[in-house]
Design a binder for this molecule. Structure first.
Ligand code: ADP
Length: 479
């Protein structure tokens, strides 16, 4: 088989037909409904109730705090909502010392509280003083806490750690309520802050876009109904009717209804869409990449879509092509290939965005990038093949990214009625920076059941500063 023929084979196995798109949308709706009804299916879509019961209108005012414990850093910020869809944001970032990641819960949360105090001293000295003078909790600043580890949430302001990831290992925190832990140490330090919400970055994206939407679009782009992330991973959140979230305990629903609540934000965790692979296109390379991950067999949608995986899929294809004698024939065997080409995860998706658009005659920019990133010399023919493979991978990613969006639009009936438009807030480097990604996603949307008419009425916009503002907004909408 020639290199051109092998590339053609990949192109056709990565192709996403209209039929596959539409079947996937139907499957997504089916699995979403299942996930809303129960948590029993461990391979299903989690569809987690976020206990956020409204999205902001853009008229909210006041100063709210956000704190984000991600992997390596702890970020604290304050967001001043001006009530006209705009805000001011101040942020401070501190690295988490390595010994804190494996010490005790008290050490870690006391450290986080101390960073919040430092932030307030530097940026909100007035609020500190006012709270100390009146000594009333009513004057406490509300904080949205983004805790990016698997957490079982029970209400807007409570959630227990399921397990640590990302190099953290503090056994005495597992199963503990992380909101209470942070609050305990804030109180111990007499820091006038109330942890009002446990936030999630995808939910935050929805809220921050909803808050800003009117200012940007002049109110013409309809309500923000979905927040979505296409970055290292992918996930989405949307507003669902309370009555449709059948798995919520009756007492909780009754209590919320008594407060006038009608809706709740659902964090879909759509990275786990179709873990049984009933509809998604699957190639040998997807199976190989999945096998290299820490969680084989789950997050299979994410593994076909997001930034963490696109480069790795390309690397796997290139290694396979080499083993078949189609490329890099100066290297006699796998062991002699440049080290980085042999190393999983060493080909960053960011490089693919350059291969994608290199229209120079000799593809010099691609040549240089491959040399820098992988120490891999290439011929023009090889670079042309790499570009074709890259385009097949990114196109498949963008096409199937349309599936959850079309499915949620249909599930919620968001486009039903005359002249209705909907707004989708998105965040993440892939959707923001990958050349042509949003255009391809829109092309695919038009091929789904919502059709060209629905696609035209769907607006996809970047949610700026999604995570910090979003967490602060989670605190602001707490009831
Ligand atoms: P995170 O999702 O971790 O918060 P980002 O939204 O920045 O952060 O996403 C990072 C991911 O996006 C990485 O996998 C990276 O390879 C990929 N990425 C960064 N820049 C680009 C780009 N220009 N084109 C495509 N992918 C990119």
């Amino acid at each position: 088989m020639s290199l051109q023929e092998a590339v053609k084979e990949i192109q056709s196995s990565f192709d996403v037909s209209q039929e596959v798109l539409q079947r996937s949308v139907d499957k997504f709706i089916e699995l979403a409904k299942k996930g809303l009804a129960s948590n029993e299916d461990k391979l299903g879509m989690p569809m987690l109730p976020a206990y956020v019961t409204q999205v902001p209108s853009g008229k909210e005012k006041g100063t709210y705090l956000a704190a984000d414990l991600g992997g390596t850093n702890f970020r604290v910020c304050s967001v001043h909502l001006k009530g006209d869809n705009t805000f001011n944001l101040v942020q401070q970032k501190s690295p988490i010392p390595a010994d804190m990641m494996v010490g005790t819960g008290d050490q870690l949360f006391a450290y986080l509280a101390s960073k919040i105090r430092k932030f307030l001293e530097e940026h909100h000295g007035d609020a500190l003083e006012a709270a100390h003078e009146t000594n009333s909790r009513a004057n406490y600043l509300k904080l949205g806490f983004t805790f990016s580890f698997p957490t079982a949430q029970h209400s807007l302001d409570s959630g227990s750690l399921v397990r640590w990831t990302k190099g953290f290992n503090i056994p005495d925190v597992v199963d503990q309520d992380v909101v209470q832990l942070l609050q305990k140490h804030l109180d111990a330090g007499k820091i006038p802050v109330h942890v009002a919400a446990l936030a999630n970055d995808t939910v935050g994206t929805l809220l921050s876009r909803a808050y800003s939407a009117n200012a940007i679009a002049g109110g013409k782009q309809g309500e923000t109904i979905i927040g979505a992330i296409f970055g290292t991973g992918t996930n989405g959140a949307y507003l669902e009717k309370l009555d449709n979230i059948k798995k919520l305990p009756e007492a909780v629903v009754k209590d919320l209804k008594a407060k006038g609540v009608t809706h709740m934000v659902i964090n879909t965790e759509w990275g786990s869409f179709d873990n049984r692979l009933e509809v998604l296109p699957t190639t040998k390379y997807d199976r190989d990449v999945d096998a290299l991950t820490a969680n084989p067999g789950i997050h299979l949608f994410e593994k076909r879509v997001s930034g963490m995986f696109m480069g790795e899929i390309l690397r796997n294809i290139l290694v396979d092509f080499h083993s078949r004698g189609l490329v890099f024939t100066q290297y006699p065997n796998f062991e002699s290939l440049p080290h980085r080409l042999r190393t999983p995860w060493d080909l960053d998706s960011e490089n693919l965005s350059l291969f994608e658009v290199d229209d120079s005659k000799d593809m010099k920019p691609t040549e240089v990038t491959l040399l820098q990133a992988l120490r891999l010399p290439t011929t023009l023919e090889e670079r042309q093949a790499i570009q074709a493979l890259t385009r097949a991978i990114s196109r498949r990613s963008a096409y199937i990214s349309a599936v959850p969006i079309a499915a949620i639009i249909m599930l919620t009936g968001a486009l039903e009625g005359h002249h209705i438009e909907v707004d989708i807030g998105v965040d993440g480097s892939v959707v923001e920076f990958y050349p042509g990604y949003r255009t391809m996603l829109r092309d695919a949307l038009a091929l789904t059941q919502i059709g060209t008419k629905g696609e035209r009425r769907t607006h996809i916009n970047i949610a700026k500063d999604g995570s910090g503002v979003g967490a602060a907004l989670c605190a602001s909408v707490s009831i």
